[in-house]
Design a protein around this ligand. Structure first.
Ligand SMILES: [Zn+2]
Length: 142
């Protein structure tokens, strides 16, 4: 969550690396029709730099839920774990699509913690995914 100035070329490079999708809920700019925000993986408020290795894309809702967090609680085991890092960690290793792609489920403690902390199954998004799935636009195949 940040309003730091990010040069256009850097934003474009990060957007391409992120395949123009939110690193958390995987919503695509092409599907939602809105540009994703630049996410400071290590929050600016905690000293995170505006440099490529610390940036990824996030939708406004995930970015707002993330806030300045760097950890979240695994609801299954009750212990705090590092928040999922979409630049350094594999989405498919920590999450999976369930209910035909309408909902996200955490496969690991990190995944479960992020599903809850970032509200990856918020009701509006679940309703939108139903439409995207029906249209063959979701879930992403790569
Ligand atoms: Zn998102």
């Amino acid at each position: 969550m940040s309003s730091a100035y990010v040069p256009r070329e850097l934003r474009q490079r990060v957007a391409e690396q992120a395949r123009h999708r939110c690193g958390y809920c995987q919503s695509s700019e092409d599907v939602v029709g809105l540009a994703m925000e630049i996410d400071h993986l290590f929050p600016r408020a905690l000293g995170g730099a505006t440099e490529e290795t610390n940036l990824w894309l996030a939708c406004a809702a995930c970015n707002a839920s993330k806030g300045h967090r760097i950890s979240a609680q695994d609801p299954q085991r009750g212990r705090a774990v590092r928040l999922f890092n979409p630049r350094e960690q594999s989405w498919a290793e920590h999450f999976e699509w369930v209910d035909s792609g309408v909902r996200v489920s955490g496969r690991t403690a990190i995944g479960r913690a992020a599903v809850r902390a970032l509200r990856l199954n918020r009701s509006l998004l679940v309703r939108a995914r139903r439409v995207w799935v029906e249209a063959g636009l979701h879930p992403p195949v790569d």
